[in-house]
Design a protein around this ligand. Structure first.
Ligand code: FES
Length: 326
């Protein structure tokens, strides 16, 4: 974590505040890539993740946009209510679970609500590169559309479709038509879980790896549709563990001291993918394709429908004996 100064703050939509963060020591900020985020220490305690929405070519600042979430845990509200221009706050170095492929030639960008933040950075980078892209920006109303004026005044305004549905599902954008033909495009989508799932459902025929999702900080915690506790056993002999209703498999394994890789912890990046050796999974992720679900599980969000599941690291060969010890 490092200290930065709030150079300015401004309201960019109803209940959405932009903070422009600059270095305090006169040195350049660490570089970042389109789609990156930082962890910010919030006045209420702990940290929250916020995507950087400026162009990575803008090396003078990190720009984040914070949405007031009255139903949240208070982190974003405390940032909005307590942090003023001139204050110093602590942030992490940028990291990226939503990388823009350097070779992307054509892209479809889909942003829902505050999910515009990483998408805007990606759009700016693609525009600078001269890439072919179109941005679909979905919100309830113009008043809730962060950066609308800025986008309309940008050199890529003609590549943006704003869609406001007033919260009426009957007025949703026809994603099926937009995503009907995969072609050579890549899709980058960030927004609430409902939007991500809608895009996921309409891109099953797209080539693997061509659809990328990001949803941290934009979605309410996923409901635990099968919230009973269950047992997870590591097929490589590292034990069996009880997963209670209020914890994920990933949390349980990490708390047990196991070295289990993870990144987004939102079911979108695939870092925590494990092999599903036996048992029935309750898949909650946006990573696995239908034909992968029988033999894989994303352990940061998915659970078990059966009383026990047996999992193994992706590289597991099956040579080790299964061992249950807890
Ligand atoms: S940590 Fe990203 S999908 Fe699990």
């Amino acid at each position: 974590m490092t200290n930065v100064q709030v150079a300015s703050r401004r309201e960019v939509a109803e209940d959405i505040v932009e903070f422009r963060l600059v270095a305090t020591n006169g040195r350049a900020l660490a570089p970042f890539t389109p789609g990156a985020h930082v962890h910010v220490a919030v006045p209420s305690g702990g940290t929250r993740q916020y995507s950087l929405c400026n162009d990575p070519a803008d090396t003078a600042a990190y720009v984040i946009a914070v949405k007031r979430e009255p139903q949240g845990q208070g982190g974003s509200v405390s940032l909005i209510e307590k942090v003023r221009a001139g204050d110093e706050i602590e942030i992490s170095e940028p990291r990226n679970d939503f990388e823009l492929r350097p070779d992307v030639g054509r892209a479809i960008l889909i942003a829902g609500g505050i999910g515009i933040t990483p998408i805007l950075s990606i759009a700016r980078a693609l525009n600078r590169r001269g890439a072919d892209f179109h941005l679909y920006y979905l919100t309830r109303s113009p008043a809730l559309t962060a950066f609308q004026d800025e986008i309309l005044a940008s050199s890529f305004a003609d590549r943006v479709t704003f869609h406001h549905d007033d919260g009426d599902p009957a007025r949703s954008l026809d994603l099926g038509a937009i995503l009907a033909e995969p072609g050579d495009a890549l899709v980058y989508c960030c927004g609430p879980s409902g939007l991500l799932r809608a895009v996921r459902d309409r891109t099953g025929h797209w080539p693997r790896g061509s659809v990328c999702f990001e949803d941290f900080g934009t979605s309410a915690p996923r409901p635990q549709s099968h919230s009973a506790s269950f047992t997870v056993t590591l097929a490589d002999g590292r034990g069996s563990y009880r997963v209670p209703p209020d914890k994920t498999i990933l949390q349980v394994l990490q708390e047990a001291g196991l070295d289990v890789p993870s990144s987004c912890e939102a079911g979108t990046c695939g870092t925590c993918r494990m092999r599903l050796v036996s048992g029935e999974a309750d898949h909650q992720d946006l990573v696995l394709f239908d034909d992968e679900m029988e033999s894989n599980i994303i352990i940061c969000c998915s659970r078990a429908k059966s009383a026990e599941i047996v999992i193994a690291p992706p590289e597991w060969t099956g040579a080790q004996d299964t061992q249950a010890d807890a």
